[in-house]
Write a protein that binds this ligand. Structure first.
Ligand code: PLP
Length: 407
């Protein structure tokens, strides 16, 4: 008898996006003449920057000629890309990261989801609430939780992110071995001050824990006082791993390229307390289970670091941030408290009511789709997430309609 991994049966079916789709379809059927504007999406709408496209084309051309054709590439990623990343994203900011500490991949979703494989089933896992669901579900699949009860799994430590703590969780009283942090945050758009990150690094040192730091939205940081990388915090390279992505930075959601940074000094421990370098374990894992990102995609990602690529990526981020600013100002203007949206493409809006009721109201009265906060965890109840990844025109039109309906 082939036995199933019963941990999968514990997974609370995620009704979030199918529920949204169903409600939107009902609305569309009842209102065939009303155009729907989607501010719920986490996908980008602008095309790839021209610098990436031209590098992409050139590399595709190389694949068509005998002299320049490439087969399997290095599992860890081509050196040209890892060098560009180390130099521009880290060394230029005074952070000592070397190219061999970088692992290129096809997504931060897979990397944040797969990384937990390196750890024992018995570890205590701490996740933010609200949360990017991948961190939770992959630990449930691996058997690190009990049953789902209400909106939470038994056995996981939930780090509450509330208006009171500025949506930046405090270190827990109990011991957590593996801690997921994400800044700038999805879904709240919150950022964490360096001093707050330093508290987490201290906690990780004291408890021999590991921080998995998801910086997928790093490119939206405009405030010079904020850390772009957890490795800007002293002592972090012994206790943290960082995930980055080209998805939101440069419109690679459909092209797929990301990377994970594992400093050589960063260890996990055997039962008897012997240190084991995580970089080596991940290299072993990747060489066994992963065969690299395609050459043209890595050349396109490398172009993000060229002079024109940098300028274009900055403009792309500014485009979405302008939407975020507009959403925040105009919703704030009609009395909805709004958070995030300054160094992040998400705005966390307090609706003063059940988040699904707010979702329905926005749809019925304004024809605008959002994401109900409760879908990201218990602490998301009472909020909705609006995304800035639409066009200026659509954002303006959505805001006109919301103002008209709610003023
Ligand atoms: N991490 C966070 C916090 C995200 O919100 C997302 C995508 O929405 C990802 C990772 C996934 O990134 P990628 O497209 O590189 O898989």
């Amino acid at each position: 008898m082939i036995r199933v991994n019963e941990n999968y049966l514990k997974l609370r079916a995620s009704y979030l996006f199918s529920d949204i789709a169903r409600r939107v379809a009902d609305y569309a059927a009842k209102n065939p003449d009303k155009e729907i504007i989607r501010l719920g999406i986490g996908d980008v709408t602008c095309p790839l920057p021209p610098a990436c496209i031209s590098a992409f084309h050139k590399a595709v051309g190389e694949m068509g000629s005998k002299e320049t054709f490439r087969g399997y590439g290095p599992e860890q990623g081509y050196e040209f890309l890892r060098e560009a990343i180390a130099r521009s994203d880290f060394q230029a900011r005074g952070v000592r990261i070397e190219p061999d500490e970088i692992f290129v991949s096809d997504g931060a979703k897979c990397d944040t989801g797969n990384f937990q494989e390196l750890f024992s089933r018995e570890i205590a896992v701490a996740v933010p609430d609200p949360v990017y669901p991948v961190y939770v579900d992959t630990n449930v699949m691996a058997g690190r939780s009990g049953e789902n009860c209400g909106n939470r799994y038994r056995g996981l430590i939930y780090l509450e992110c509330t208006e009171e703590n500025g949506f930046v969780p405090d270190v827990p009283k109990e011991r957590a071995d593996l801690i997921y942090l994400c800044f700038p945050n999805n879904p709240t758009g919150a950022t964490a001050a360096k001093q707050k990150l330093a508290e987490w690094v201290r906690y990780a040192h004291e408890n021999r824990s590991l921080i998995l730091f998801d910086a997928a939205y790093e490119s939206f940081i405009r405030d010079d006082g904020l850390a772009h990388s957890i490795f800007e915090i002293e002592g972090a390279s012994e206790v943290a791993v960082e995930f980055r992505s080209f998805s939101k930075t440069a419109g690679f959601t459909g092209t797929r390229c990301a990377f994970t940074v594992i400093p050589k000094k960063c260890n996990a421990f055997t039962e008897s307390g012997e240190p084991v370098p995580l970089r080596e374990l991940w290299l072993r894992r990747q060489t066994t289970k992963f065969n690299g990102v395609s050459y043209p995609v890595q050349r396109a990602a490398e172009a993000v670091y060229s002079e024109e690529g940098r300028r274009q990526v900055r403009e792309l981020g500014d485009y979405y941030l302008k939407n975020a600013r507009l959403i925040k100002e105009r919703l704030g203007g009609i009395g909805f408290p709004c958070f995030g949206g300054e160094n992040a493409p998400y705005i966390w809006v307090k609706g003063g009511k059940d988040s699904w009721a707010f979702f329905d109201e926005l749809l019925e009265r304004a024809g605008v789709v959002c994401t109900p906060g409760a879908g990201f965890g218990s602490c998301g109840e009472g909020y909705i997430r609006l995304s800035a990844f639409n066009t200026h025109e659509n954002v303006e039109r959505a805001l006109d309609r919301i103002e008209k309906a709610f003023k």
